[in-house]
Design a protein. Structure first.
Length: 264
C-alpha cells in the first residue's frame, strides 16, 4: 500500500520512470552479485583439489624413478585419483543442477519409489558405514508422477547424507507412505549429528556446508541438497527439514496428492 501510494505520488511529479529504473538496476545488481558469488564458489571448490593434484604431479615429475618405492608410487597415485574424482563429482553435480534449472517442470509417468529405494540400498550405490538402516513403512504400490532418474537422485542424496552425518552405531530409518491428506512422503530419519536451527535455512544453498572439513572428508560436494530441492520443486513437492543439533535429523520430500497414484 505504502509503496503504491509513493509510486502514485512520484508519477504525479513525473518521477515514476526514475523509480522504476532504480528498481531494475537493483534487481540486475542482485543477479550479478549472485552470479559472481557462484563463480567465486565454483572456482574455490575446484582450486583446492587441483592444487593438491598438481602438487603430487610435480613431486612425481621431479623425483628420480629409483628413489620412489612401488608402495609410495601407489599411495601418490591413489591420492591423485581421489582429487580427480572429487573434481569430477563437483562438475557432474553442477551439470545436473543446471539441467534441472533450465528445463520445465517434470511431467513424467508414475514411478514406484519403493523400487528405487530398494535398488539404491541393495546395489550398494549407497553403502551404510556401520549404521543400522531400517526400511520401514514402505508402500510398494505407491507411485508418484515424475522422472525416475531425478527421483532416484533425491532418494540417494538424502540417504547418503544420513549415512555421512550419522556415527557408526546410529540408526537410519527410511519410509515411503501416503499421508491421511493423500500426500506421498519419502523420508529419511537419522540419529546423527543434527543441525543447529540457524543453519537449516541455508542447507539447500549451493556449496553451503555446516562443517566443510567433514563434508569434504566424506566425499560431499555441497550440492546434494541443492539438487534435491530442485528435484522436489520440479515435482511440485516440498523438501522439509527438521533437525535437532546433536540428536538427529528428519528430511522429507512431500508430493502433492495430484501426483500420487497406486499400482496394482
Ligand atoms: P554435502 O555434499 O556437503 O553433504 P549437501 O548439499 O548434501 O552437501 O548438504 C549440505 C550440508 O547439510 C552438509 O554439508 C551438512 O552440513 C548438512 N547435512 C545434510 N544432511 C545432513 C544430515 N542428515 N545430518 C546432519 N547434517 C546434514
Amino acid at each position: 500500500g505504502h509503496e503504491k501510494a509513493l509510486l502514485v505520488q512520484l508519477t504525479r511529479y513525473g518521477l515514476g520512470q526514475f523509480l522504476v529504473v532504480t528498481r531494475d538496476v537493483t534487481q540486475v545488481e542482485k543477479l550479478e552479485t549472485t552470479r559472481k558469488d557462484f563463480v567465486a564458489n565454483v572456482s574455490h571448490e575446484l582450486r583446492t583439489p587441483l592444487t593438491v593434484l598438481s602438487g603430487f604431479l610435480e613431486t612425481l615429475h621431479d623425483m628420480p624413478d629409483e628413489s620412489l618405492s612401488d608402495e609410495q608410487r601407489q599411495r601418490y597415485l591413489a591420492m591423485m585419483l581421489e582429487q580427480a574424482q572429487r573434481m569430477q563429482a563437483i562438475v557432474e553435480d553442477l551439470l545436473t543442477l543446471s539441467t534441472l534449472e533450465s528445463s520445465p517442470s517434470a511431467e513424467g509417468r508414475p514411478v514406484r519409489l519403493s523400487a528405487i529405494i530398494h535398488n539404491t540400498l541393495q546395489q550398494g550405490r549407497v553403502l551404510s558405514n556401520g549404521q543400522h538402516v531400517f526400511i520401514e513403512n514402505i508402500d510398494d504400490t505407491l507411485c508418484v508422477d515424475g522422472i525416475e532418474t531425478e527421483l532416484a537422485s533425491a532418494v540417494s542424496n538424502l540417504l547418503t547424507n544420513a549415512i555421512r552425518y550419522t556415527p557408526k552405531d546410529g540408526t537410519i530409518t527410511v519410509s515411503w507412505y501416503v499421508t491421511e491428506q493423500g500426500h506421498a512422503c519419502y523420508s529419511v530419519q537419522d540419529t546423527g549429528i543434527g543441525i543447529a536451527a540457524q543453519d537449516i535455512p541455508r542447507l539447500t544453498e549451493r556449496f553451503y556446508r555446516v562443517d566443510r572439513g567433514r563434508s569434504r572428508a566424506t566425499g560431499g560436494t555441497g550440492l546434494g541438497l541443492a539438487i534435491t530441492k530442485h528435484v522436489a520443486m520440479r515435482h511440485n513437492a516440498e523438501l522439509s527439514i527438521h533437525s535437532r543439533f546433536g540428536a538427529g535429523s528428519l528430511f522429507s520430500v512431500i508430493f502433492p496428492p495430484t501426483r500420487v497414484s497406486k499400482a496394482d
